[in-house]
Design a binder for this molecule. Structure first.
Ligand code: GNR
Ligand code: NI
Length: 167
């Protein structure tokens, strides 16, 4: 097990596009374990491989109260979306910024299990919000992209200031 380094906005590597996973091997299992450990440590309710600079379509999520329900999604896709729901989002790659984002309220998700078989499930509420947020990461997208230019520039400036202080 290992803690992974999380990239911070506006790091250009967060704009990379993740590639589908074709071979589910021990490296993928190890990466998923390390991502879960990193997510719980942060702490956060989700983490996408792009955020730890791995260009693979892998996300981990746990929206349970007591952190007892880890979910690992390989090659996840939203295959149906219904309704709208606004939720105050945050992101481990954009620390200390919280803004309302509107996404689908109910989704149907297709993913691949560790045996390489497709499966589908329905999600709503916080889980649906989180899955859409994480799949965006795999496509190089961040929640700040949904905000006004003014809000995004403010967040960007604040992040750049914090990063300079750390150098
Ligand atoms: O920890 C997280 N909380 C959160 C809250 C509202 C909407 C989405 C999220 S995901 C975020 C972790 C993260 O950055 N995942 O990419
Ligand atoms: Ni995020």
């Amino acid at each position: 097990m290992a803690l992974l380094n999380i990239l911070h906005y506006p790091d250009p590597r967060l704009r990379n596009q993740a590639e589908p996973i074709t071979d589910i091997n021990d490296d993928i299992r190890q990466l998923a374990d390390d991502m879960l450990e990193t997510m719980y440590d942060a702490p956060g309710i989700g983490l996408a491989a792009i955020q730890v600079n791995v260009k693979k379509r892998l996300i981990v999520i746990d929206v349970s109260e007591d952190k007892s329900d880890p979910l690992i999604l390989i090659n996840p896709e939203v295959i149906n979306a219904e309704g709208e729901r606004e939720f105050e989002e945050g992101c481990l790659s954009v620390p200390e910024a919280y803004e309302a984002v509107t996404r689908a309220d109910k989704i149907k998700v297709r993913a691949v299990n560790f045996d390489g078989e497709n499966y589908e499930f329905d999600a709503d509420g916080l889980l649906a919000t989180c899955i859409q947020h994480e799949i965006d990461h795999l496509d190089g997208k961040l929640f700040v992209d949904y905000l006004s230019n003014l809000k995004r520039q403010r967040i960007r400036k604040k992040m750049e200031k914090h990063q300079k202080q750390k150098l």
